[in-house]
Design a protein around this ligand. Structure first.
Ligand code: ADP
Length: 288
């Protein structure tokens, strides 16, 4: 099956003035299937946001190719309409919800994107209602977004993207500024959009438990893809993650240390529920 997103040897540098360049992405290749939920991990400055911006043509690669839905995206051959279509297909939600809200009424904010697409007003009404319903914010349609909590604001920003019927949403540290309950709300929304609506999700995060919710984790280190596997496999490679400067989920770390101390415990424990089961069955086992 054709991957929904394919990057082939993508290189990117920023011009920093006076003919100087900083090389940020170095031969990055990966594929993402339609409907997949991929978490992207990496230290600050490893190139994650740059990568996200290349996917919807905010930036263009110096070399290498990016394919969306089987078609190569290229600033040289595409018309302005084609570029617009890519940005509609691949929506982006950023870190600070306040920077993404443009109107003083929630439903007008959500309508902003589809209005720019020139969609008829009855259709916009339906899309806005459906999008607010998807993120569980229907009752706030007439409220001012500025009075909402961070998690609610971020859900409104997500509704604005959903109203443009994207195939994929890139969340660029969209939970980083939220409190724990805001994070939970947003993660539940992301999971639902992925599982129920089949939206492809790329979730850039520093939060290991959020990354553990994904189908696959891509680790970027110094502008290169360092790891790409199911979360259980990525997180069980504790030594490699540590050498890249990343944490592992607390439960994985606990199991790693217990196993190192000689306890016969299973590998690949990344969630607390499974960890609890594993410990219970370990202590129930008859000892010699
Ligand atoms: P991450 O999202 O992993 O934190 P970024 O993609 O934001 O990483 O940044 C990668 C590198 O590119 C960093 O060294 C950063 O300082 C640099 N960088 C990011 N944006 C710009 C820019 N507009 N101009 C010059 N350098 C930039």
């Amino acid at each position: 099956m054709t991957p929904f997103i394919k990057a082939e040897n993508v290189c990117f540098s920023y011009n920093t003035g006076e003919g100087k360049k900083i090389e940020v992405l170095k031969n990055v290749s990966f594929e993402i299937a339609k409907g997949e939920f991929v978490a992207v991990l990496g230290r600050n400055g490893s190139g994650k946001s740059t990568l996200a911006k290349l996917l919807n043509m905010i930036l263009v690669p110096d070399s290498g190719k990016i394919f969306i839905d089987g078609k190569q995206i290229s600033a040289d051959t595409m018309t302005e309409d084609d570029v617009y279509e890519i940005r509609r297909k691949i929506g982006m939600v950023f870190q600070n919800p306040d920077n993404q809200l443009v109107s003083s009424v929630v439903e007008e904010d959500v309508a902003f994107g589809p209005e720019n697409l020139g969609i008829p007003s009855e259709e916009i009404r339906k899309r806005v209602d459906d999008a607010l319903d998807e993120v569980g914010m229907s009752e706030y349609a007439r409220h001012s977004p500025h009075l909402l909590s961070g998690g609610q604001k971020q859900r409104i920003a997500i509704a604005g993207i959903i109203a443009m019927s994207p195939s994929c949403i890139v969340f660029d540290e969209a939970t980083a500024m939220l409190d724990p309950s805001g994070r939970k709300e947003v993660m539940a929304t992301i999971e639902r959009l992925n599982k129920e609506k089949g939206i492809t999700v790329i979730h850039i995060t520093h939060n290991m438990s959020e990354a553990a919710m994904a189908d696959r984790v891509i680790v970027i280190d110094g502008g290169r893809v360092a790891m790409s596997d199911v979360p259980e496999a990525v997180f069980s490679d504790v030594g490699k993650l540590r050498s890249i400067g990343l944490d592992v989920p607390q439960i994985t770390e606990l199991f790693y240390e217990l196993k190192k101390a000689g306890l016969d415990l299973p590998d690949r424990i990344i969630d607390a529920g499974k960890g609890e089961d594993a410990l219970l069955s370990f202590f129930e086992k008859p000892r010699n």
